[in-house]
Design a protein around this ligand. Structure first.
Ligand code: TRP
Length: 336
């Protein structure tokens, strides 16, 4: 039996934080055992918001290094840079021509970013979900691990694939497989340390609102010590009145790799004064080996290059085949 295919990507937009790690990259690691996994640094997506070319190169390599440090095994999973596989932009154009403008205008993330980005509402920002659809459809992915906020983009990907298959493929041999989102529940949403109702975000002006993956033990301990809580003794999951409490318990559970039940029991009677040092210590202990591995990997550019080259080749083998099928289905003359 062939394994189901999984593809996911993260944008190389600067400092990675705990939310990127617990909500995405870390969840990929166990999938490698049972799925045929591909992981991508989506640098082309990063061009849709303000960016600095000098920084983009660096953050792209760093993100690939974080994938490895977090436990993605480049032997099992091709790790590649989106812009290295030309098929992504090629397929985007073909898909653009089957995507209705009003499908894109409906995208919640586009509307939110359009407000946030003010002066910089470029065509790429609107086309972002079509590029994402190309990322996914090129690999005939069955499952796409994403956070809740990306679900609408996966639905759009399916709509694009359905429309393309209906218009250009013969019924028995569809060009694209329809992907499903794999919504990561626990850790899918790590919340801000300052407001348990807001996602932890790198664009939050307050650095105190997040744990960056490169924060030192001292910084982590200080942030946890200062982070917002309440005055209730006894900690529990899932109380809508206490979002901070739920978030901090969830972080604790994820970094200790204990079960939710075990953590609920352990913390049922605790005060914040007891819990916070425990959480800080658990976070520091969990991140230390990952930070160490990150530094090893990122200081060896030849190694990073070799991983990205191998990943690019393995990705291209799959992506080019799909691109050719799509070009041919649309009647573009075969290349001579
Ligand atoms: N839009 C995704 C995000 O912000 C990143 C992304 C781009 C992606 N292409 C993808 C995720 C393909 C999964 C599959 O999280």
């Amino acid at each position: 039996m062939t394994k189901k295919r999984v593809l996911s990507g993260v944008q190389p937009t600067g400092n990675l934080h705990l939310g990127n790690y617990l909500g995405a990259i870390r969840n990929w690691v166990p999938l490698q055992q049972n799925y045929d996994t591909f992981f991508c640094v989506v640098d082309l997506h990063a061009l849709t918001a303000d960016f600095d070319p000098k920084v983009l190169t660096k953050t792209s390599y760093e993100l690939a290094a974080w994938f490895i440090a977090a436990g993605v095994d480049p032997k099992l999973s091709p790790i590649f840079i989106q812009s290295h596989v030309f098929a992504h932009t090629q397929l985007t154009w073909l898909l653009n021509c089957v995507t209705s403008l009003n499908w894109l205008e409906r995208m919640i993330q586009f509307k939110e970013k359009a407000i946030k980005q003010g002066e910089n509402v470029n065509v790429g920002l609107m086309d972002y979900p079509v590029l994402m659809a190309a990322d996914i459809l090129l690999y005939q992915a069955d499952l796409v691990p994403v956070g809740e906020d990306q679900k609408q983009h996966i639905e759009l990907t399916r709509d694009i694939a359905i429309k393309f298959n209906g218009a250009f493929s013969n019924g028995k041999n569809p060009t694209f497989k329809l992907p499903e989102p794999l919504i990561m529940k626990a850790g899918g949403r790590v919340m801000s340390l300052g407001d348990g109702t807001q996602k932890m975000s790198k664009s939050d002006p307050s650095d105190q609102s997040r744990i960056n993956l490169l924060d030192t033990a001292d910084q982590i301990t200080k942030k946890i010590k200062r982070c917002r809580t309440d005055s209730i003794i006894g900690l529990k999951f899932g109380d809508p009145e206490r979002p901070q409490c739920d978030n901090l318990l969830t972080i604790y559970q994820l970094v200790t790799e204990k079960s939710r039940e075990a953590v609920a029991e352990e913390c049922a009677e605790m005060s914040w004064g007891q819990f916070k040092p425990m959480l800080a210590e658990a976070l520091v202990a969990h991140l230390a080996p990952i930070q160490k591995r990150f530094h090893e990997v990122i200081s060896d550019q030849a190694y990073v290059d070799s991983i990205l080259k191998d990943g690019r080749e393995r990705a291209e083998a799959v992506a080019n085949q799909t691109l050719h099928a799509a070009q041919s289905a649309m009647g573009l003359p075969p290349r001579v």
